[in-house]
Write a protein that binds this ligand. Sequence first.
Ligand code: SAM
Length: 273
Amino acid sequence: MTNTIWTDSIFRWAGSKRKLLPILINNVPNNYERYIEPFCGSACLFFAIKPMSAILSDINGELIHTFEQIKNTPSLIAKTLSNISVSKEIYDNYRQQKPTHLTDFERAIRFTYLNRNCFNGVYRTNQRGEFNVPMGTRTGEVPDEIRFIKCAEALKNAKLISQDFEKLLPDIQKNDFVYLDPPYAKKDYKGRGEYGPGAFQYEDITRMLTFLEEVNHRGANFLFSYAYDEELIQQLPQSWYWESVLVGRHVAGFSQHRKHVQEILVSNYKIKI
Ligand SMILES: C[S@@+](CC[C@H](N)C(=O)[O-])C[C@H]1O[C@@H](n2cnc3c(N)ncnc32)[C@H](O)[C@@H]1O
């Protein structure tokens, strides 16, 4: 897949679906009333298609809080960030700060600064829920003010919620389009705090499938992206569709170790690859 599609998304995010955007966009249903993303992360699909009505949800409270602040004060956030220099000393200082001791605005600045300058856009915490990713070497420039304003405009149409994906079920209605992109959990691997406390584990796949059955039952369309997993494929109802796709990814987080990995798309309508 060589085509790239622009998205106004602000954050660098491990597991972002930027590379899959051409296929994802091609598979967004033509007629839907609301866009719902229960594992939104950097929400790169949302910021590429900018739906008229949406719910963006994620278990990461700092992420959702920052989206809320960008929605309200995009220019102030962009200007403040552009005046903070990039250095390990400042990075480590932000990393040590406790979000609960900061104002709403300071929390958003801290989150965005750490995200733009951490190693590979990884969000990982220790057991106390404290962000513990070191500074990266190939860090991203802070996007310009115009990009923050464009994000804020798109976010004006979105309700933002921080919660476990399952809690979103009562909100889902007929004619919604639900795009789900949970972390690729591995069997017998509890993780090292990737995506923070309460993050999706391999055992949650069963919950996920029950969730999808209920989304389908409610008359909504869903598109679900995941790692290629035979056990998961075996559990899919016959009436659903799935396709495998090859995606170029950096392995073990290093740019020189790039290879094509097999992923799948699952849906309750026909998928175009
Ligand atoms: C692979 S990332 C999503 C990436 C996103 N599609 C993008 O393009 O940036 C998975 C997201 O799921 C969130 N997450 C993990 N466990 C969750 C849970 N149990 N409920 C809701 N969100 C969860 C993580 O915080 C992370 O942002």
